[in-house]
Design a protein around this ligand. Sequence first.
Ligand SMILES: CC(C)(COP(=O)(O)OP(=O)(O)OC[C@H]1O[C@@H](n2cnc3c(N)ncnc32)[C@H](O)[C@@H]1OP(=O)(O)O)[C@@H](O)C(=O)NCCC(=O)NCCS
Length: 293
Amino acid sequence: MFRTMVESDLDRVLTCLSEPSVDTTTRERFVDFLRDGSYRHEWTWLALEGDTLAGLAVWWGFPDGERPLALDRLWAAVPDPVPLWAELIRKVPPPAEYHIFTQPERRHDPAITIRLAAAAEAGLTTVTERPRYEWTSASPLPARSERLTFTPADDEAFVDIFEQISVGSLDVATREGVARVGARAHAVEDVAGYRSMPGPRERWRLAHDKTGALVGCALPSANAGGPVVGYLGVVPAQRGHGYSDDLLAEITHLLAEDGAATIRADTDSTNTPMAAAFERLGYHQFALRVVAS
Ligand SMILES: CC(C)(COP(=O)(O)OP(=O)(O)OC[C@H]1O[C@@H](n2cnc3c(N)ncnc32)[C@H](O)[C@@H]1OP(=O)(O)O)[C@@H](O)C(=O)NCCC(=O)NCCS
């Protein structure tokens, strides 16, 4: 039987989550996130055989969100968990993603392979590798742009520029989102998603060149783990001039001014211009995120 969690399941769910795993959710994270609304009883799916817990899927969403967005943890106590996990994953309708945080050398760990097999069986067949980058205050701040000016703007302006930037994007989630709902609706969703993050909205910037032409945008942000790059992009007509460096430098400065000692970011391994910009600006790869979508 499959059902979502109720209050009285808490002890046995926490017992499962105490086991070490390649997945993100620990017992402590579950308790914290349940409190802030990023995890919820109705987003936590259980598989039961009689009264015995056979499987578990923990989903994450924004605290102000209406639906779960990402699978954070799979657990099972059956010999072949793949069909059971696939069944559990299918309980949450698409769009859904499964994020596994690991190290490049552990990418093919059997515990990861078996989870991706279950995700694929449930329809999450696209696997994207996202190198994770980190800047720390031990590195110098990158030089700030002398060719772009940065200004705040309203949400409408950010929706407009997100829509333009999505054209020709090498980012897998952007391409999937545009294919699913169209460029405009995806831009609206994305701006709402960034607004839900704990980073200060008033730090978002549009970037213009010396002639006044719109070049791109820069959104410093934060998640539960601390400051993050958030989002940056260059409109198609302005690509190829290395403006990603100017935008990333601005984000790094804004976050550092607000006290960030560590700034994290990830990008798809296929997004080579973005990965190159991180390397040039003193960001170092510290981990790998594997995303099934
Ligand atoms: C990533 C991005 C900001 C890079 O733009 P940029 O600063 O203009 O890139 P660069 O000037 O460093 O470009 C380096 C090379 O990659 C090419 N390039 C840049 N973006 C490209 C794209 N989306 N598709 C194909 N080629 C691209 C450039 O033409 C240039 O080619 P060249 O060396 O032959 O001249 C831009 O592609 C973009 O806005 N993408 C969509 C948003 C995005 O992915 N943001 C990052 C999310 S983590």
